[in-house]
Ligand binder design. Structure first.
Ligand code: CMP
Length: 140
């Protein structure tokens, strides 16, 4: 298995409830290393562009307003098979469907306020890391 990197976001419902450390512990206990991390307030344009693929969905407007409602923490996680490992430890999008011990089972409030985002493939990870991090912020 290859060492990969993936893009992670701790969403507004998580930062608002002071869960950054608790969620990072779940990631680290799963063998993911946080190699870059910053807490930022997204602009409407940034949130809209990041979720552009969901533009036609009925929840798009709500998703963008939610993502700018409080700061988020954007992270680059590294580890063996990191994309899949991160998705496993996040759990299903809908917390009602999420497995025991996953971040969303532990902390998510709803399908929308679901505490975390993670890239869905190595290709998305590369694009999403480039969306949030300048080359100078990405460790070699
Ligand atoms: P995320 O992994 O960040 O990617 C798209 C996001 O859209 C998803 O997590 C959810 O937060 C959000 N989302 C998906 N389905 C719904 C829904 N039915 N209602 C509101 N938000 C949703």
């Amino acid at each position: 298995m290859a060492v990969e990197r993936t893009l992670s976001i701790l969403k507004p419902d998580a930062t608002k409830r002071n869960l950054t450390g608790a969620i990072n512990k779940v990631f680290e206990d799963a063998g993911l290393r946080i190699v870059a991390q910053k807490r930022v307030r997204l602009t409407q344009d940034q949130a809209g562009a990041f979720y552009a693929e969901h533009k036609a969905r009925p929840f798009y407007g709500e998703l963008v307003s939610y993502m700018i409602s409080e700061p988020v923490v954007v992270q680059i996680l590294e580890g063996e098979n990191a994309v899949l490992k991160h998705r496993d430890v996040m759990g299903a999008t809908d917390p009602a469907q999420a497995a025991e011990g996953t971040v969303r089972k532990l902390y998510a409030l709803s399908k929308g306020e679901n505490s975390v985002h993670g890239s869905d493939s190595a290709e998305s990870a590369a694009r999403e890391i480039g969306f949030f991090f300048a080359q100078s912020e990405i460790p070699g």
